[in-house]
Design a binder for this molecule. Sequence first.
Ligand code: ZN
Ligand code: FE
Length: 256
Amino acid sequence: MSDVAIEPIRAFDDNYIWMLVRGEDALVVDPGDAAPVLAVLNQRGLQLRAILVTHHHADHIGGIGELVARTPVPVYGPARSGIPGVDRRVGEGDRVFAMAGLAPFRVMEVPGHTLDHLAFYDGSRLFCGDTLFPCGCGRVFEGTMAQMHASLARLAALPATTEVYSAHEYSLANAVFALAVEPNNSCLQARQRWMMSCRAEGHPTVPSLIGDELETNPFLRVEEAAVADAARRAAGHPLTSPAEVFGALREWKNRF
Ligand code: ZN
Ligand code: FE
């Protein structure tokens, strides 16, 4: 809906707490820290109405307790992990009517980075936490490589115009790795130049578009011959499925 503004609230070194604002109402996604959220709400005279949570890591949930102590609001998050403060436990296919005037979010379970990881999709925007980043993806801490690959493939299948709101600013490092995988990808080269100028001016590189990720993110391009060849060379042995290519890429990035 066009009267909704979406703004990043910076937290810690490189987190983005996404805030959706409609009139005087606000919703935040993954408030890892309460202080910067409270500062924005107070400065702007906004009323917190709801919190969405993608996964259980501290940098995504650390501010929930203080926020709900000041303003009791519904907190929507993973059913399976029992995050303190999450009182609306949701899972695959659930619809979240989080705030008046917002389109409902469809909940997608996207295990891999963690087993409880959720993404929230409202038909044009995706809040994906630490699963998908510009030119990169989250580390696979709890799930299997095959789970993470399947989760990313689901996100990749959303419309190309979908806006992707990731929870960290990792783009410059991700682009360097992506270019090690695909040095001759001209879309990627151009995107890296854009990311560098963006960061030099202090602007976020997030959100991105699914369409841009399809052209430049190696983790969504495991079926491209150039990506599969690079992953096989890095692994030093044949890779027999897209999920194996994904796993080899992710392990390469971990030691990159
Ligand atoms: Zn995380
Ligand atoms: Fe995180």
